[in-house]
Design a protein around this ligand. Structure first.
Ligand code: C2E
Ligand code: MG
Ligand code: MG
Length: 445
């Protein structure tokens, strides 16, 4: 199979031919989804064999005139030339891509093991999307990346908006690598409030990237980038260290700063040495694991649940509390919930947003609160912004909440200010959490 150089050369000739004969040409760029996991799980020899079988399957399903090349490890490209101009060829190209994807998703048997694969495909068409080799490949690659972002196992056709996004992404990714070294990451704390008395009972640690010239970048933008590489492991460890060190500092003034929640990414949990690393960080900062809570999403729990149960049991045995983040948006089943040592459910903010006005959301929130009660799991509502939401939660017996209603996430020093003020006196959000019946009375009197 031609390599990248050879493929580019053939593509260049084909583009020249297409130009002369007023024909069109489609370039398909194919990249396997999560192929690294195959190498990591089954070893590189099995990975190589899988690629060989894959090449055979692809070749078998292409017509003789289609040129296919291997551009890099698990990246393949192929072009179909001599297509009619002034005709929309996308349906037939899309069908071909689907055939290839179906072929790839058939089980691979390698060394008596079953290997499952999917791929992402991007298509760019010459001369509409680009009329030279470099741009055509770049645009097909951007479209491929787009399919991957949408969960993989799919095909996308290039549109110009894709490239701007891809360039931005690449720039961010290389800057992110330096962010750790340059100390551009910060942790902000968002208070968690006990709605029965208005006390701040802890906080969630939220990561920010202070990129000079860009302002604060939200983790929803850069965590997925970090997750594509092992960078997420370094970032995760940095977060854990930062939070433990802040906590230790607070304890000098406030003996019991409450429980701090830390968000975990699936990649961290998958890391073989995760538990040992956690232990050593807690030991290094001389803080007790019982002061912390790890937040994982339902998707994280349900990926390889057998292994995850074992891991979570170990973390739980260390004294850590475990929370399911964004609860209600994923696919966890009740039976699974019972198997995991879960201490807290965090109701996703999408249900909280309209809880006071939308009866479906209200029903979901009430159900989660009741479920928590019967399973003896703490329930906390996320993203509380308005008094009406707070009233609803209190009325239905939800004991904990966090959100902008109680203020923005803040730096460690400000958090300490609140904690120490509260330690010496009244609950910080006491006024917000006085019983409903009293408030109108007070106002009118
Ligand atoms: P999450 O854990 O569900 O965090 C809640 C998000 O909702 C935060 O966004 C928070 O700023 C935002 N939020 C809080 N209160 C309100 C409110 O009243 N209204 C609205 N509309 N939003 C509110 P943020 O900080 O941008 O974090 C986004 C996500 O990034 C987090 O979702 C979490 O999954 C992830 N993340 C944050 N920090 C870390 C980290 O240290 N490590 C990892 N792996 N992921 C992190
Ligand atoms: Mg969270
Ligand atoms: Mg959440």
């Amino acid at each position: 199979m031609p390599n990248r150089m050879q493929f580019q050369h053939l593509l260049q000739q084909a583009i020249a031919r297409a130009r002369r004969s007023q024909r069109s040409l489609a370039l398909l760029y194919l990249d396997l989804d999560r192929f690294k996991e195959v190498n990591d799980t089954f070893g590189h020899a099995a990975g190589d064999r899988t690629l060989e079988i894959l090449s055979e399957r692809l070749t078998r399903n292409l017509s003789k005139d289609t040129v296919i090349g291997r551009l890099a490890g698990d990246e393949f490209a192929m072009f179909i030339d001599d297509l009619p101009m002034d005709v929309d060829n996308r349906a037939s190209i899309g069908n071909l891509a689907r055939t290839l994807l179906d072929e790839i998703s058939r089980t691979f048997y390698v060394n008596q093991q079953e290997v499952y694969l999917t791929a992402s495909v991007g298509v760019a068409i010459c001369p509409y999307d680009a009329d030279n080799v470099i741009d055509l490949i770049r645009n097909a690659d951007a479209a491929m990346y787009h399919s991957k972002q949408n969960g993989g196992n799919s095909c996308a056709f290039y549109v110009p908006e894709m490239n701007a996004a891809a360039v931005e992404r690449l720039m961010l990714k290389s800057k992110l690598r330096r962010a750790l070294e340059r100390d551009e990451l910060v942790i902000l704390y968002q208070s968690k409030v006990d709605l029965r008395n208005g006390r701040v009972v802890g906080a969630e640690a939220l990561l920010r990237w202070r990129l000079p010239g860009h302002g604060d970048i939200s983790p929803s933008h850069f965590i997925p980038l970090a997750e594509e590489t092992s960078l997420i492991l370094d970032i995760g460890e940095w977060v854990l260290n930062r939070v433990c060190s802040d906590y230790r500092e607070w304890q000098k003034t406030v003996p019991e700063p409450g429980r701090i929640a830390i968000n975990l990414s699936l990649r961290q949990l998958k890391q073989g040495s995760f538990i040992a690393r956690c232990r050593s960080v807690f030991r290094k900062h001389q803080v007790s694991p019982t002061c912390f809570e790890l937040e994982v999403t339902e998707t994280t729990l349900m990926t390889d649940p057998k292994r995850t149960i074992g891991l979570l049991n170990e973390l739980y045995a260390m004294g850590l509390n475990l929370a399911i983040d964004d609860f209600g948006t994923g696919y966890s089943s009740l039976s699974a919930l019972q198997q995991f040592p879960i201490g807290t459910l965090k109701i996703d903010q999408s249900f909280v947003r309209d809880v006071a006005v939308d009866s479906d959301d209200a029903a979901i929130v009430r159900t989660i609160i009741d479920m928590g009660k019967s399973l003896d799991i703490e329930v906390i509502a996320e993203g509380v912004e308005a008094c009406e939401q707070l009233e609803f939660l209190r009325k239905h017996g939800c004991y904990y909440a966090q959100g902008r209603l109680f203020g923005d996430a803040m730096e460690a020093s400000k958090m300490l200010g609140i904690l120490s003020k509260q330690a010496g006196g009244a609950a910080h959000h006491g006024a917000l959490c006085v019983p409903t019946v009293l408030r109108p009375l007070r106002l009118s009197s």
